[in-house]
Design a protein around this ligand. Structure first.
Ligand SMILES: [Zn+2]
Length: 142
């Protein structure tokens, strides 16, 4: 299990970070492994493992870092906000990112004329707190 290291969070943003907590999936009675398998990039989709026996979470996050996160199809501006946030956190190796960091990336990197990512940091914070699909978990960074 990859335990996020609070001290490694990038940037100087204050406030808690958010990561994808496998324990949250257990609470929600959903499979993080399956969610990850179905997020593989188009380049490696050919070798996608059997969905009925997906590899462990750690292995998949390592794979995403090596392969999928650098594929240009991994994050597309047309994806729903939560999906993009989910993929941004995975692309950071599932290390916690603050609302400020996520909001900055969303608006600077993924906003397009067709999808303005018109969300305030407060709105983004609410999305993260109210999610019960992607397994976002707040972690206080000190
Ligand atoms: Zn890939």
């Amino acid at each position: 299990m990859t335990t996020p290291q609070a001290g490694e969070a990038q940037g100087s943003d204050a406030g808690p970070g958010y990561w994808i907590d496998p324990a949250r999936f257990e609470e929600l009675k959903r499979s993080m492994e399956v969610l990850l398998v179905t997020r593989r990039c188009s380049t490696c989709s050919e070798e996608t493992p059997d969905i009925s026996s997906p590899p462990p979470v750690d292995e998949q996050i390592a794979h995403i870092l090596e392969c999928c996160a650098s594929d240009e199809s991994f994050i597309l501006p047309g994806m729903p906000l939560q999906e993009i946030v989910f993929r941004m956190i995975l692309a950071a190796g599932n290390n916690p990112l603050t609302v400020g960091q996520l909001h900055h990336q969303l608006t600077e990197q993924w906003a397009t004329p067709g999808n303005l990512m018109n969300v305030t940091p407060e709105g983004l914070h609410r999305v993260l707190e109210n999610d019960d699909y992607y397994g976002f978990r707040r972690q206080d960074l000190s």
